[in-house]
Design a protein around this ligand. Sequence first.
Ligand SMILES: [Zn+2]
Ligand SMILES: [Zn+2]
Length: 342
Amino acid sequence: MKALFIEMPGPSPQIGIREVETPEARSGEVVMEVSAAGLCGHDIAVMTGLLRRGVDYGVIPGHEVAGRVAQVGADVSGLSSGDAVVASLTVFCGECDRCAAGMDYRCRVGRGVGHGVNGGFAEYMRIPARCVTRAPDGMDLTQAALLACPIGVCARAVRSAAGVAGGETVLVTGAGGGLGIHAVQVARALGAQVFAATSSADKLDELERFAPGGVILGGELDFSELALAFTEDQGVDVVIDTVGSAVFRSSVRSLAQYGRIVVLGEVAGGRASLSLTDLMFRDASVHGSTGASLSDIAAAAEMAASGEARPVVHAAMALEDAGEAVRMVTNREVTGRIALVP
Ligand SMILES: [Zn+2]
Ligand SMILES: [Zn+2]
């Protein structure tokens, strides 16, 4: 089968397609025939060398994977050939304390799909049967590729980490990006009033559809002024921050009393600094969140099936065009995700 590899990470990464052996399902596993795999900001960070922690460049990347079961190993029940499935982001053991508590994405011996074990930028991918979720009936599998990441990741951040409740105000930074545009939708599905901050003027119209009346064009400016103006100087209850250090000051300044920031993206790889009194006098808190559990992915699938969270696929592109896709994401020409199709 053909598979994508990162031959040389760097500002203009060298990406190559190689012919490798097609995987076989072992006991407890399935082999998926990959329909599509989303190109995540995380992948870009690995390709450009910004992110090296836990990275094995010998592994096939791609963790946002949907496809059909092509082969079922021994001791697998409940799945058969042709079933439409979505892969979890982590190969988890199913037995440790974290897995038992439903936090499989933080499994003690978990290995990241596309980072520690072979991922989905390939024609086929092998994965334990316990680590897949069924795609909603009839859902286009290019869209289903976005269910675990970014939609499940947003479900985890907005529901579990931020605990967003109906009637709260939520500001999403980087709202035109793959995480942002889905975080906006998840927060709306939970009944929040959502403000979508973006630095891209050309994404305003599209964002207006997802956050009517609440689009903030930040650019290089401090968007907290606008966040305060929108909320009669109260500030927002929650900031879902997909950008990270570059906007952290503005995120803190946008917060209401008892406000929560959940950071789930770091675009620049920089460091944030803040005056701790800005947190203290608001009784505010800052959380980090990455990953999605099986239950988050199931929630994402439900929200997608009901139309509350629509997977936004900017374009489906051939695996061979991954280099061009990387360039487009890096230049912020993309609203939502590009899905790579092997
Ligand atoms: Zn991702
Ligand atoms: Zn485990």
